[in-house]
Design a protein around this ligand. Sequence first.
Ligand code: DC
Length: 232
Amino acid sequence: MERITIAIDGFSSTGKSTVAKRLAKALGYIYVDSGAMYRVVTLYAMQHNFINKSSFDEDGLVADLNKIHISFQFNDHLGFAEVYLNGTNVEKQIRTLEVSQFVSQIATVSEVRQQLVKQQQQMGVDKGVVMDGRDIGTVVFPNAELKLFMTASAETRAQRRYDELLERGDEVTYEDVLNNVQTRDRIDSTREDSPLTMAKDAIKIDNSNMDLEQQFEYIYQLTRDRISQVSK
Ligand code: DC
């Protein structure tokens, strides 16, 4: 059987990473969370005071990009790869609402995108990869054999993200999370460089009314069909 490239794009909190991780495991492929890479750059920018609530020193961040080393290490216990910033595991730190509030702004910077896209393309060079993000089917892997575009209502997505943050013990309100989801949708879809759009050849999946099992079964079947087609 041929190994293929699977690109999963869509709005924030549509459950892309949950399904992508499970799909990669079922296929024996690697999973790459490209959003985590933008979050790591954001965390670095926050730690070095390049970004805060009142200012963003874009030039300062760009000048420091060569000091940001991002890597992934598989955690056997969790069953997926965790992300590291200059050798430190930052998996938990990058998932806070604070990072979410700055990440879309960081992701508008072309120099940041160029650097991360290059690394992402390198990770997928041997195929057998499931990558999720916003521009995977349009920019990172325009020739991916399978492209999915996930969507759900903003309220459904905010509720899912709110439940996740509460479970982690974060103190947030549903309104703040909904506001963040809507703001990120707007910034991600309207930025000049690589805006979030559905690739022409992507399959759209609205999972507002699908549970995780239904979603996985549907996507797994699509994947198997695609692999059989390309293996002929
Ligand atoms: O998938 P996520 O919510 O963790 O992504 C965080 C942000 O990173 C998202 O709001 C936009 C940006 N992003 C991007 O611009 N391109 C990607 N391929 C992945 C994420």
